[in-house]
Each structure stands twice: as C-alpha cells, then as structure tokens.
Design a binder for this molecule. Structure first.
Ligand SMILES: Cc1cc2nc3c(=O)[nH]c(=O)nc-3n(C[C@H](O)[C@H](O)[C@H](O)COP(=O)(O)OP(=O)(O)OC[C@H]3O[C@@H](n4cnc5c(N)ncnc54)[C@H](O)[C@@H]3O)c2cc1C
Length: 417
C-alpha cells in the first residue's frame, strides 16, 4: 500500500514512509521485514518527535489478530493493544496493572518502547511491568525474551530499534480501587520545602503548575483505598481541598477527566487523568519532559522557577511526577529515583523550541534525561552520555538488526556517537 498522509497524534510530525502496511499475520510481518531495507513500527502515534518515522516501510500492527491471555499474576497481550482496551477485561478477570500513564489511549508496545510513565514514589515506568516480549527482529528471527534472558533489561525500552514487538507479557496484581482528591493553589515553595511529604501522601501524586505564578494550581492525589477511610484535611501545604472536579489543563472541561472528590472506582478509571472515550489533555499541544535525580528536585525547581516568565507564555500546563528507579538500560529512571518535569506546550513549534532549549540549559547541570517520545533539542551526545549502558544498547541493537533496517534518522543521531 502506498503511504497515505500519516501524521502523529499532535499533528506536528508528517511521517515520510514509501509504504504503509498492515500485515494480517506473523508470516506477512516476517516477509515485510525481509523485503524492506528500512522499516519501523508505528504504535498509536502519540510521540511528539519523529522517533517512529521511516523513509522505508511503516508497519501498523492493527490488523494482526488481537489476543489477551489472562493468567494468575501475568497477562500476555498483543503488543498494539491500547492500555484502555486491556484494562477492562483485566479488571473483569480480577486483575490490575500497578500503574498507567495519564491517558489510556496509547499502545502498550509504544509506551514501553519509550519508557512512558505515570507517577508514584514506588512506581517504576510502565516498562517495569514487562515480564516477557515476543517479536520479529531485523534478521526475521522470531525472538522471545523473559526476565531471565541476559539482554532483557536492555531490550524492554528499545525505541523500536530491535524489531517489531508482537506480544508483551505484563505483571499484574489483584484488582484494586482508587480514589482521587485534588488540592488547589498550594505555593510551590511549600511543596518543594518538603517534596517527600507531598509525593508520599498518596500512591500516585501529580503536581500541576504554570510556573508563573509559582503555585501548584492543582495537586492530584490518587490513593489505593477501600471504602470507609476518612476524607483528607481541608487544607494542606497551603492549598485547599477542591470541592468540584477539575481538568489539569486550564480551560479544558473536567468531564474529560476521571472522577475526583474521593469517589472510589476501579484502578483503570482513576489512575489515568483522562478518560478513554474523550480527547485526552488539550488535544492541540506539544509536550516535553525531563527526568532529574530525585536528590536534585529542589535545584531543578529553583532553575525552572527562575525562568518561569519565559516558560509561561508558551505553556498550557506543567506536571511534576515521581518515578522509581529501575534496571532498564534506556529508561530515564535507570538507577535513579527521579522527578519528572513535564511541559504541555501550545501547538506552535517555532515559538516553543527556543523555550525548550532554555529549559534544557536551566536543567543541564542536573544531568536531565529527556522523555524519548517528546520534544527535545539536547545534543544527542549529551543524551547518550546520560545513559551508562548506551554503548551496550547499541551492541544489542546491532545483534538484533545487523543491517540497521530498524534505524531511522532520529535514532542514527544517538547511535552515531
Ligand atoms: C496526550 C498525551 C499524553 C501523554 N501522556 C504521557 C504520560 O502520562 N506519561 C508518559 O511518559 N508519556 C506520555 N505521553 C507520551 C507517550 O506515552 C509516548 O510517546 C508513547 O511512546 C506513545 O505510545 P505510541 O503507541 O503512540 O507510540 P508511537 O509514538 O507510535 O511509537 C513510539 C516508539 O515505539 C515504537 N513502537 C511502537 N510499537 C512498536 C512495536 N509493536 N514494535 C516495535 N516498536 C514499536 C515506534 O517505532 C517508536 O519508536 C503522552 C502523549 C500524549 C499525546
């Protein structure tokens, strides 16, 4: 099939493939990889940079048979499945994922490939739930990796560089309920005076600000609870408990978000901020995000507050989350308990890019690691240097894909170093 006009979710990237294909079974997928010199797999296209692009063959796995096999403590799922489509059958069968991102619309394979994350002092990025991975590599070999495989920690966050992932096995736990509360208008100085107190106040905590003024417009607390727990105090950290539902993005309707005000619900209807059946976030936006070591959170805050008046004019909202350290070579939380500073920008790349660079300069002394799926302008050599196992990952990718079929312009900039 010649390529239709394909764009990412945000519309800022026009993909440039010669061919766009939707194989119907594994044999077709293997044959496509065999005859292609350049090839990439597209997930749900929610990344804000050209990480999924190729000038060769772009593969969608949407037409492969979809399967969910729920087992005790584990679930195997077709890699192109969206979190939102897995969540319901999983919950009905009595199981849950430990965490999800802010929206359920993204594919499991695409999210894990870029180390997508939610929030929580004890919650790793979503890829830390991966227990097994099956796919077809650049040599057309069908591979199956489990946590016992030596290359597993290198392969899980793979940026699409190893091959086409067709099935992912995820660790699950017995299903649980969550309620969320929002605090409004707490000064950021109070929040960062004792960040541990704020981020340990619930299972998953998100702090939203526009930087100018330096106020947490909203702090979202997601608690794992059964019924009967008392309500939280009316005032905390200088903010007040909200008495109506909110959308974290200024001007967007609260109905697009999951229920708040302490209403208890299943994990998959509370852990994401946005509901599956509506447009998540602002819809018209760009995003960037930087992980800094947790120990540097206050310094990062001061650096960003200092340039708050530069950030605010091109910003819709910033979100501050915590991510537990992990062992996955290309995870931005590799060996670092992290605080992630996220920016939802206006949809004007020309105006946003200089400010993105300014944010990067402000955070530079703190060794920030940018989110792989979002907009960043950092020198690829600097990004690569922030990952102690990057050279090992390059060697791994060369074993899985010796001809570099799964490379693209985005990856080559990092691999070239
Ligand atoms: C509104 C919005 C909200 C977001 N919220 C969050 C958030 O809360 N937390 C967060 O961390 N990120 C967030 N993101 C970023 C998003 O999670 C990542 O960009 C993620 O990679 C998107 O998944 P996708 O399926 O759309 O991947 P794509 O953008 O389609 O692809 C990403 C990468 O994965 C590869 N890939 C995809 N599928 C496969 C496969 N089957 N086999 C091999 N390679 C594959 C692609 O080649 C590419 O390299 C958000 C994005 C948007 C648009």
């Amino acid at each position: 099939m010649s390529a239709p006009r394909l764009r990412n979710w945000a519309g800022n990237i026009a993909f440039r493939p010669r061919r766009y294909v939707q194989p119907r079974d594994l044999d077709e997928l293997v044959e496509i990889i065999r005859v292609s010199d350049q090839v990439r797999v597209l997930g749900t296209g929610h990344s804000f940079n050209p990480i999924a692009d190729t000038t060769g063959t772009l593969i969608s796995l949407d037409h492969l048979p979809r399967e969910v096999r729920v087992m005790p403590g584990r679930t195997a799922v077709s890699a192109g499945t969206r979190y939102g489509d897995l969540a319901f059958p999983l919950h009905e069968a009595g199981w849950a994922l430990a965490n999800v991102g802010s929206l359920p619309h993204i594919s499991i394979a695409g999210a894990c490939a870029t180390a997508t994350h939610g929030s929580g002092d004890r919650n790793g990025c979503l890829a830390t739930a991966v227990a097994g991975m099956t796919g077809v590599d650049g040599t057309c070999r069908v591979f199956h990796l489990t946590a016992e495989s030596p290359e597993f920690p290198g392969a899980v966050v793979h940026l699409g560089a190893l091959g086409a992932v067709t099935e992912i096995e995820l660790v699950t736990e017995p299903t649980f309920t969550v309620r969320q509360w929002v605090y409004e208008d707490a000064p950021l100085d109070n929040v960062f005076a004792d960040l541990d107190d704020v981020t340990s106040a619930a299972y998953s905590v998100s702090i939203f600000t526009t930087w100018d003024p330096p106020t947490a417009r909203q702090i979202w607390l997601k608690e794992r609870v059964a019924a009967g727990r008392p309500d939280p105090p009316a005032r905390r950290w200088g903010g007040r408990l909200a008495e109506r539902d909110h959308n974290p993005v200024p001007g967007m309707p609260p109905e697009n978000c999951t229920p708040q005000l302490g209403r208890i619900g299943p994990w998959h209807e509370r852990l994401p901020h946005f509901r599956l059946d509506v447009t998540p976030s602002a819809g018209d936006e760009l995003q960037s995000e930087y992980f800094v070591p947790r120990a540097a959170a206050v310094e990062a805050y001061r650096a960003l507050r200092h340039i708050g008046s530069r950030i605010a004019p091109v910003l819709q909202i910033s979100e501050i989350r915590t991510v537990a350290a992990d062992e996955l070579w290309l995870s931005p939380a590799y060996h670092r308990p992290s605080v992630a500073f996220h920016f939802t920008w206006i949809a004007d790349e020309e105006a946003v890019r200089p400010v993105v660079s300014e944010v990067e300069r402000a955070l530079a002394p703190l060794q920030p690691r940018p989110h792989w799926g979002k907009l960043f302008t950092m020198d690829p050599a600097v990004v690569r240097a922030a990952y102690p196992r990057f050279d090992d990952f390059v060697a791994l990718a060369e074993r899985y894909d010796p001809e570099g079929k799964f490379q693209n312009d985005f990856l080559r900039r990092f691999f070239a170093g």
